[in-house]
Every structure is written in C-alpha cells, then in structure tokens.
Design a protein around this ligand. Structure first.
Ligand SMILES: [Zn+2]
Length: 116
C-alpha cells in the first residue's frame, strides 16, 4: 500500500519534530492534503495505526485538512479554484494555467506532550 510508506515518511518528520521539543507523546497531527497529492486520505488514516505502532505517536490522532485546487491563469491572470479533472481557468476557460495549490502533502501542526 502506497499510503503506508507515505505515512511512515510523515511519521519520520513527526518523530524529528517531537525529539526537537523533547516531547513525551504526540497527541494530534494536522495534515494538509491536496487532491493532486496522489494520496487517498481514507487510506492514509487506515495506515496510520500500523505505521505509528510502538512510536511516540502511537496514541495520536491524525487530522486531515483537504486543500482546494487553485490555478493561476497565464492569459487573464486570474487565480481561481479548479477541479481534479479540469484545471482550466474558471474566469476565461483558458487551459494555460499554473498550479498554485492542490498538490500539498504537509504537516501543518503537531500537538504534543512536553515535560513541564
Ligand atoms: Zn483566465
């Protein structure tokens, strides 16, 4: 499962951040995922308990924020929302657009327990 290795990669970053803060446990992991990231959020959620077992994040909850797809139009310079199957400009319909967001797979924020 592709999502399991993605999850393991994310948990390596989480572990690094937790170590930097001397955290004793990770409580919540907030992720930003765009529709073009190539990751199915439901499968990522399903993979999380497997990937996080025996780690600082074993009890953590994963919160996924779905990001919109936004494109910039090279013709009319509008920034508009687009969909997975249609990346054309919503204003003028031109197909020469640049992706502004929608392919992110990021750790937005982590809540953790740290020593007092
Ligand atoms: Zn346009």
């Amino acid at each position: 499962m592709h999502e399991l290795s993605v999850c393991q990669g994310l948990l390596r970053q989480v572990k690094q951040i937790a170590l930097e803060h001397r955290a004793t446990a990770v409580e919540k992991i907030y992720l930003q995922i765009g529709p073009l990231a190539g990751v199915e959020p439901a499968l990522l959620q399903a993979a999380f308990p497997i990937a996080s077992a025996d780690s600082l994040a074993a009890q953590a909850q994963m919160v996924i924020r779905a990001m919109p797809i936004r494109v910039h139009c090279r013709r009319c310079h509008a920034d508009t929302e687009a969909s997975l199957n249609n990346l054309t400009c919503a204003d003028c319909g031109d197909w020469e657009t640049e992706l502004l967001s929608g392919d992110e797979l990021l750790i937005e924020r982590i809540e953790m327990q740290t020593p007092q």
